[in-house]
Write a protein that binds this ligand. Structure first.
Ligand code: SAM
Length: 243
């Protein structure tokens, strides 16, 4: 069964890249279904207002609960409710592991915040009706949730069966084994005086695997020691420890 994704946003055109390239092909082939919804379709006033000033004062505007309520009641209606994903800098960090979790779901609905975010009661209300995830794509602040949705959907979609030409590529990517992937090379053998490492041209598969593993360990050690520290002891073999 294809993963169904619905996105509610005030800028549906921001999500147009989801219909391009690899994801576009996945949509055409029915491996993924996508619904884009304009939040303003659920407003009733001439200004089609979706925001109001914050209780307690302060700068910025807050997205109104009524319009989100009407939108999500309609978009999330069905025999079994979806998982509701709300991008926010204060959410749980989005990682490859979360991407794998989402790829196993039948239906995801994304609610894109703008301004200072969505009235908290919207999240509280839907949390009583369906799983609600607040997720962050990193420790920085974007203008809206749309770009976060592009990031999340792209990471999830490439894990769906049939989307990647060679499913092994997803298994060997960075993070799948808890490590960053090392460097990669293609022809020519020498480019601007820089040669491809000999071992990669040796045809010795065991030696190549060991070399790749060592480079992955090295890179992870230097750039992301936190990942290395989080690896369970049994994830490292005797040769790993020598690197
Ligand atoms: N007042 C919010 C705060 O300090 O946490 C920031 C709101 S931000 C300007 C507007 C919207 O952008 C958020 O509601 C969220 O949808 C999205 N957004 C911004 N940064 C994000 C991040 N790192 N991850 C996911 N979504 C983000």
């Amino acid at each position: 069964e294809a993963l169904r994704i619905d996105v509610v946003t005030i800028f549906p055109e921001y999500l147009a890249p989801l219909r391009a390239a690899l994801l576009g092909k996945a949509l055409d082939r029915g491996l993924l279904q996508l619904g884009l919804h304009d939040l303003r379709d659920w407003t009733h006033d001439v200004h089609r207002a979706v925001d109001d000033s914050p209780y307690g004062g302060g700068p910025g505007m807050v997205m109104k609960p009524q319009v989100w309520g009407e939108a999500l009641d309609e978009v999330c209606a069905g025999p079994t409710p979806p998982r509701l994903v709300v991008p926010t800098p204060g959410g749980r960090p989005f990682t490859q592991e979360v991407a794998r979790e989402y790829a196993a779901e039948p239906w995801l609905v994304f609610a894109c915040g703008r301004y200072e975010g969505i009235d908290q009661r919207v999240l509280d209300h839907y949390a009583a009706r369906m799983p609600v995830d607040e997720v962050s794509i990193g420790d920085y602040v974007l203008v809206g949730g749309e770009v976060a949705v592009l990031v999340i959907v792209e990471a999830v979609a490439r894990l769906l069966p049939g989307v990647l030409g060679n499913p092994a590529s997803a298994e060997e990517d960075s993070f799948s084994d808890g490590l960053l992937e090392g460097p990669c090379y293609t022809r020519p053998e020498v480019w601007r005086d820089l040669a491809v490492p000999d071992v990669l041209r040796s045809g010795n598969h065991a030696a190549i695997a060991r070399w790749r593993r060592d480079r992955a360990l090295e890179r992870t050690f230097h750039r992301r020691p936190d990942l290395l520290a989080a690896l369970p002891a049994e994830a490292l073999d005797r040769n790993d420890r020598k690197v």
